[in-house]
Design a protein around this ligand. Structure first.
Ligand SMILES: [Zn+2]
Length: 232
């Protein structure tokens, strides 16, 4: 899953406005970011099998560190602790914000279970594996992706505030890039090998997060002043 994860990030942003959307974009995709790193390190394995499912050409051979239930609970706790201990002057609702980061990390497992064929282990690679296999139904999986993203955008826009506005141009650009990447990955040519997949996965997750942080910038003092003076 791709777009659905970002839908969760957009919705969670409004549950705790002090969180940057950039932070949440990394959190919901931490599993895929780690997966790219572990592939390059040779700790996890996948291969390209054309038509493995109608939606994705990847056979995930083993990825218990980045994509198991237990793994994602642990990464969620680690991410929450990291966020909590990160130096900041704004410590209001800090526990809550850290918990939201943890939930965002863990949500990756639940959403992936929806689309993957049964290859998501509970713990180690020999443990039972989950996956409802929506990837076998391209239309249904695209609808699910767009639905999650659409609901996320809806919540993000509906719960904006003076301090945390919607920057329409930036948000539109971000959404178009996400959609473009999703459809290119579905209908574009097969990647040449897993190294290219891993490197582009890492670059994409980080670039999308940087773009999200830019799109989600809170109102500057000048903008707040302008809002105060504008007639309503
Ligand atoms: Zn994943």
């Amino acid at each position: 899953m791709l777009l659905g994860h970002y839908g969760v990030a957009l919705a969670l942003k409004r549950s705790e406005p002090k969180l940057s959307l950039g932070t949440l974009f990394v959190a919901v995709q931490l599993a895929d970011l780690l997966w790219g790193v572990f592939l390059l390190l040779g700790w996890e394995h996948a291969r390209i099998v054309p038509e493995y499912t109608p939606v994705t050409p990847f056979e995930f051979l083993d990825y218990p560190i980045s994509h198991s239930l237990v793994g994602l609970i642990i990464w969620g706790v680690v991410a929450a602790c990291l966020y909590y201990s990160w130096p900041t002057r704004d410590t209001t609702r800090h526990w809550q914000a850290a918990a939201v980061v943890g939930v965002a990390v863990f949500s990756h497992y639940l959403l992936d279970v929806l689309v993957h064929v049964p290859d998501l282990p509970l713990a180690g690679n020999d443990s039972p594996k989950l996956g409802l296999g929506l990837w076998n139904y391209p239309l249904a999986s695209t609808i699910a992706e767009l639905l999650f993203l659409g609901i996320g955008i809806g919540i993000y826009v509906a719960y904006r505030s003076h301090r945390h506005p919607v920057r329409v141009f930036r948000l539109t650009l971000l959404v178009l890039i996400l959609l473009g990447t999703y459809f290119a990955s579905q209908y574009g040519p097969l990647p040449p090998d897993m190294t290219v997949v891993a490197v582009s996965d890492i670059i994409f997750v980080l670039a999308a997060a940087a773009l999200a942080a830019w799109a989600d910038r809170r109102a500057t003092p000048a903008e707040l002043e302008a809002q105060r003076l504008s007639p309503r």
